[in-house]
Design a protein around this ligand. Structure first.
Ligand code: ADP
Length: 759
């Protein structure tokens, strides 16, 4: 007796079953010979024979006889009757059973059985018409003729029936013929229904596909015809058509594309008469003009870059060195952007124009965005489109102007950002400059992200004082200290004058401006740290020369210092020059302004009174406090002069009276002026000083030292006292300035008083 464990098949009495030889051998471990008895046992779950345990089997099986074995070992078995498995032993692939016959109740007539079989067979035959599963059904067609009973039909379809292994077992377990027939019929009809649904679904899918293909084909056709029409009448292309094409060609990211298509559809719906049309048009025009293409990184030749920087700007060696470093780092990192440089200095010191040179050195587009006076966050980040007259912010507007996605963008005057009810533009700018966030910068107007990570930002400012701390921390400050007179001379001679002449169309040989004339323009007609005023003067000079050349039909003009007043059409400036005479109570200080450095005079005077301190000259709060400190220091230093203070009012004045002044750096000058007044001894007008003072008499550091020292040189000062802690800043001061001044670092007020001969 051969034990045949099987899983997931339908078994029934008196049916023919066919087993492939290989498979039969695998599950039984025997070859099978004609006439041998077999017992089919049904497994609850599929597992290899070695792992089978007694509890893996259902309790009812069926006997059979091997009727034939062909040459390939394929086996034909005829099942017999059902058996109860009374006991079972299964271990390591050996299965032994004791069986007893199980009673079958034959409660259907042969005619009735035949009728059920015919019904099921017909349903099956119908279901395989136009079938999807060709291979199986071709096979089934061969069997159709051979099937003699419902049992055989069901058994053959075993693996394809949509019922579980247990339900298949229940067919075998049914004790009455009618019950078994019903279960088999159910399984067959379920199968037929499932096939039908599959077929319908496939047909529906095909319909759907056909519809999609058709739609695509129609669209293509329309597109083709429309293009033909457009070519015939380009003047008639509608806005919608124009944008359709532009949107597809723009190479936008997915979100931007979706938004643009949405707006375009809205524009089509609204029509040209709608009041929203213009707004929708502007939006599409903006986003489709914007460059969405990622630009390739260009190789930077540092030598060439250096050459370009040198050719465009005279001096500025430190700044250029830092820029070249930045370019080198960007090349090594394979990045189009790097740390954000903040150029700080007075107007006209070349901050913006060197940004332009950086772009030239990198071979990239340059764009300048002015941030001065912006108070509203929306100016940076754009207005939401719901507002009437909404516009994109200045950053995206700048990107559009540049025409690329990786320009060198100079953000001008970041120190002039203001903050008010319209939100904080600084924080919006922070987002623009933050490499973590700027790859998905979302302008409110555009409402879709744009990648700013390839933009090289360079910022400029006149001072760092008004820049908010978080913003300042993002940037690397590079000081532009302003130019000395001889640097200005070189800039004028090499750059400004030739450029101005070229702009006015004056040939080199036609205008000669003597060196002395250039120097006089610098010293007598400008008063600035940068060269903006100088540039204006030279422009005026060239314009006047142009008129003379044309009117007088002259071949060549030479300009000497004496003719400047006529050529520049203005009188020389009256500088704040050092004082001619010395006088007790008057001391020269140094101030920093946004235009560079200046000298200023502190005047102190006792008038009859009751010990009051009178302050004039539009001094700010901090400076007023410096006056108080200076008075207290002077009083404590000269207790014997207490009466002088008590019986007089002390008047402190800082000209020019109309210009507001503030800051603590005049402390040392105020103190020295008061002491000079108290002891009645004058300080040399060739001495100037700068430094904050504390109540202990310490001299504390100040800002803007290079500018202040340059102003001192311009004014003819010889000796300058500076706080000891500012000594390091002397590196920033041009050597020409250092050479023409005696610079004395001081710790305490007493040092100054001693060295000025006041004690
Ligand atoms: P800022 O941005 O600092 O106010 P700009 O960059 O606008 O100054 O400079 C004003 C003008 O002066 C420009 O025409 C610029 O070319 C010129 N300029 C400034 N510094 C130099 C320099 N070192 N060499 C040549 N030209 C200079």
């Amino acid at each position: 007796m051969i034990i045949v464990p099987c899983y997931n098949i339908v078994l029934a009495p008196e049916i023919n079953l066919y087993f492939a030889g290989e498979y039969f051998k695998e599950i039984t471990r025997e070859k099978g010979e004609q006439g041998q008895t077999v017992v089919f046992l049904m497994l609850k779950e599929d597992k290899p024979r070695e792992a089978m345990q007694p509890y893996d089997f259902y309790p009812i099986g069926i006997t059979g006889t091997i009727e034939a074995v062909d040459k390939e070992g394929n086996v034909k078995i005829k099942t017999g009757s059902r058996v109860n498995i009374d006991s079972i032993d299964a271990a390591d692939g050996t299965i032994e059973v004791t069986l007893s016959k199980r009673q079958d109740v034959d409660d259907m007539s042969p005619e009735e059985s035949a009728k059920h079989f015919d019904n099921a067979r017909m349903a099956f035959i119908q279901s395989i018409q136009n079938t999807q599963n060709m291979q199986f059904h071709l096979l089934a067609r061969n069997y159709i003729q051979q099937w003699e009973s419902l049992g055989e039909l069901t058994a053959t379809l075993s693996y394809h029936l949509p019922i579980s292994n247990e339900e298949k077992y229940l067919i075998l377990a049914a004790d009455t013929l009618s019950e078994r027939t019903e279960r088999m019929e159910q399984a067959i009809f379920q199968y037929v229904e499932a096939e039908k649904v599959k077929k319908e679904a496939a047909a529906a899918q095909q319909n759907q596909n056909e519809k999609v293909y058709r739609e695509q084909a129609i669209k293509k056709q329309i597109e083709f015809l429309q293009n033909e029409l457009d070519e015939m009448h380009p003047e008639n292309i509608s806005d919608a058509r124009k944008f359709e094409k532009k949107i597809e060609a723009a190479g936008m990211n997915e979100t931007a594309h979706a938004e643009a298509v949405k707006v375009l559809n809205r524009m089509k719906q609204e029509g040209q008469d709608s009041h929203e049309y213009g707004m929708l048009y502007d939006y599409l025009d903006f986003v489709t003009t914007l460059s969405w293409k990622k630009e390739e990184m260009k190789l930077v030749d540092l030598k060439e870059a250096r050459k370009i920087l040198d050719a465009d700007h005279f001096g500025l060696d430190k700044v250029k060195r830092r820029i070249v470093q930045q370019l080198a780092v960007m090349t090594l990192n394979q990045k189009q952007s790097g740390s954000i440089l903040l150029f700080v200095g007075a107007p006209g010191t070349g901050k913006t124009s060197i940004g332009q040179s950086i772009a030239k050195a990198l071979g990239r587009e340059y764009v300048r965005v002015s941030l001065g006076g912006i108070r509203d966050e929306a100016e940076i980040r754009g207005h939401r489109r719901t507002y009437v007259g909404a516009m994109p912010g200045r950053i995206m507007e700048g990107i559009k102007r540049s025409g690329v996605s990786n320009p060198v963008m100079v953000l001008d005057e970041v120190d002039k950002l203001a903050k008010d009810y319209g939100g904080d533009p600084s924080s919006a700018l922070l987002e623009v400059l933050d490499p973590e966030q700027n790859s998905t910068f979302t302008d409110h107007y555009m409402n879709v992200p744009y990648d700013l990570s390839d933009v090289l930002f360079v910022c400029t400012a006149n001072t760092t004082d008004t820049i908010q701390e978080p913003l300042l921390n993002r940037m690397e400050v590079i000081q532009f200290p302003g130019y000395t007179a001889s640097e200005k001379f070189q800039i004028a001679k090499r750059h400004l004058l030739p450029k101005a002449m070229e702009e006015m169309g004056i040939h080199q040989e036609k205008l000669k401006v003597s060196d002395a004339a250039l120097r006089t323009i610098i010293s007598d007609y400008t008063m600035e740290a940068g060269v903006r005023g100088l540039k204006k003067r030279l422009d005026t000079l060239c314009r006047t020369a142009a008129v003379r050349l044309v009117e007088g039909n002259r071949r060549c003009i030479s300009v000497s210092p004496g003719q400047l007043q006529k050529y520049l059409d203005r009188k020389p400036l009256l500088h704040d020059h050092m004082l001619e005479q010395k006088q007790p109570g008057v001391v020269t200080g140094l101030a920093w302004t946004q235009a560079g450095g200046e000298i200023l005079f502190i005047e102190a005077l006792f008038t009859k009174g009751k010990g009051n301190v009178i302050i004039t000259g539009q001094l700010g709060d901090v400076m007023k406090e410096s006056v108080q400190i200076a008075v207290s220091l002077a009083k404590s230093r000269f207790p014997e002069k207490a009466e002088l203070f008590e019986n007089h009012d002390l008047h402190i004045h800082v000209p020019s009276g109309a210009v507001p002044k503030d800051g603590p750096s005049a402390g040392i000058t105020l103190t020295t002026a008061i002491v000079s007044l108290v002891i009645g001894k004058a300080v040399s007008p060739k001495i100037a000083m700068t430094g904050e003072v504390s109540l202990r008499g310490c001299v504390m550091p100040i800002g803007g030292l290079p500018e202040k020292l340059m102003a001192a040189v311009r004014a003819g000062i010889r000796t300058v006292f500076i706080p000891v802690e500012n000594e390091n800043d002397l590196d920033e001061v041009p050597s020409e300035v250092k050479k023409s001044l005696e610079i004395i670092p001081v710790h305490m007020v007493s040092d100054v008083l001693e060295k000025t001969g006041l004690c």
